[in-house]
Design a protein around this ligand. Structure first.
Ligand code: ATP
Length: 202
């Protein structure tokens, strides 16, 4: 049976933290591919970079990796999309494959706030990328226990290195005219420069 990783995010913009954990998780889980799913219009984030542009940036970032794909399943929707609906739709497309939902550690602590997390937990197993040295394992175990007991959420933990970067920080750096070289793929940096993104506050 083929195994696919699903990696959802705002990707505003995509950075090497995203790409590196996907590559690691792909190897550790023996995935056949990882499908990147940029969000359409997320409920909580005010975005002035359109879904189309965030999609384009992800496409550029993954273009040299044959195991990485992108899906427009969320960016093509007019209405807000919740992960539970996306995963159900993906499972109709990939009937024969085993799907995993890949996340970073910060997202593990947000899962309990996700819409219909109980229903989503029936559909898919989560995989968290974790750096072993810099974590409070007890806090993580408490969270895993909470998710398991309340929503029957299945979570696999996989150790990866950590690039301590976030899109928020990168947007700030661009606004402050600081370098993002080696933090964001060069093709994406050029796209951002040409489009003039992130130069000013929202
Ligand atoms: P923002 O700062 O705008 O919230 P972000 O950098 O956290 O953005 P998202 O697009 O929100 O990026 O994240 C998509 C997924 O990538 C989430 O599961 C998140 O936990 C994970 N992620 C983000 N940055 C890193 C990183 N540096 N290392 C590992 N995982 C990450």
């Amino acid at each position: 049976m083929k195994k696919y990783g699903i990696f959802g995010g705002t990707f505003n913009p995509i950075h090497y933290g995203h790409l590196m954990i996907c590559e690691y998780l792909k190897e550790e889980l023996n995935l056949d591919k990882v499908i990147f799913i940029p969000t359409g219009s997320p409920p909580h984030k005010d975005l002035y970079v359109s879904a189309k542009d965030r999609y384009e940036m992800v496409k550029l970032a993954i273009s040299s990796n044959p195991s990485f794909e992108i899906s427009n399943i969320e960016t093509n929707r007019v209405k807000l999309s919740y992960t539970v609906d996306t995963v159900k739709e993906l499972k109709k497309i990939y009937k024969e494959e085993k799907l995993y939902f890949l996340i970073g550690l910060d997202t593990l602590f947000e899962l309990k706030t996700w819409k219909k997390i109980e229903e989503l937990s029936k559909e898919i197993e989560f995989v968290v990328a974790l750096r072993p040295k810099y974590i409070d394992i007890e806090e993580i175990n408490r969270e895993l226990k909470f998710l398991q007991e309340n929503y029957n959420t299945k979570v696999k933990i996989i150790h990866t290195p950590l690039y301590e970067i976030s899109s928020t920080e990168l947007r700030e750096r661009i606004k402050d005219k600081k370098s993002v070289k080696y933090l964001i793929p060069e093709k994406v940096v050029n796209y951002i420069k040409e489009s003039g993104f992130y130069k000013s506050e929202l």
